[in-house]
Design a binder for this molecule. Structure first.
Ligand code: URA
Length: 226
């Protein structure tokens, strides 16, 4: 199966972003405008992981700049965090879409497992470079990619889970799922729960993981402890 191959020499996020721009690791590049790489604070303690760029992200070349991103920014602000303090990325970095209304509209299409796997090396290297304290999976695709296919957002949300990467991981809904709720009261309640999930992740990011809490001296910088 074809897969992305980040060059060994790409040891900064900028170098990785440049390399990802020409990725042909799966077929999605053929219909997407461009690779949409992660962005934000390269030393963030929280990394937020979405599924794939949407229509607006594909055109702008930046993650979470469309309606879901605006809702995410609002939720982060309500949770007490500036979106500039986090690193935001997607598990798949090209927009997968189908056309609707005779080609007038591009509609999001869920990426398949092979596309998630093909794109994975970019994410793994991104994670290795940012070294966040906490991961937040936004929706089922990111959660399955990080924690395995058995994970369910409804039951997994609200608490820190150990991930295979050894990073405390939170699962919550995808912001676009909140946008799709037609009833105002239900949408407001869903937003409240989303903000509460983000608050838990923020609190966890401010605390070192249990295993290292006793061992790490107060003067030890976060990165040196890894
Ligand atoms: N949805 C995502 O999962 N990621 C984006 O960047 C935009 C919408």
């Amino acid at each position: 199966m074809p897969t992305a191959m980040p060059p060994e020499g790409a040891t900064t996020l900028d170098a990785l972003r440049r390399a990802a721009a020409t990725c042909t690791g799966c077929d999605l590049y053929k219909r997407a405008t461009q690779t949409v790489f992660g962005e934000g604070n390269s030393r963030a303690s929280i990394m937020l992981i979405g599924e794939q760029p949407g229509h607006e992200e594909d055109l702008a070349g930046r993650p979470f700049v469309g309606p879901a991103g605006r809702l995410l920014d609002k939720a982060l602000a309500q949770a007490g965090l500036d979106s500039r303090q986090v690193y935001v990325t997607n598990i798949v970095k090209h927009f997968k879409w189908k056309s609707q209304e005779g080609g007038k509209r591009r509609i999001h299409e869920k990426p398949g497992r092979s596309e998630v796997e093909a794109c994975r090396p970019w994410f793994d290297k991104e994670l290795w470079l940012v070294q966040p304290e906490v991961l937040v999976c936004l929706g089922a695709t990111a959660a399955a990619a990080i924690l395995g296919p058995a994970v369910r957002v409804g039951t997994a949300r609200g608490r820190a889970l150990p991930s295979p990467q050894g990073i405390r991981t939170f699962v919550t809904v995808h912001p676009s799922a909140i946008l799709r709720i037609p009833d105002d009261a239900e949408r407001t309640a869903a937003m409240r729960r989303f903000v509460a999930d983000l608050r838990r992740a923020i609190r966890a990011a401010r605390r070192p993981p249990r295993a290292t809490r006793a061992r790490r001296s107060p003067a030890t910088p976060r990165r040196a402890a890894r």
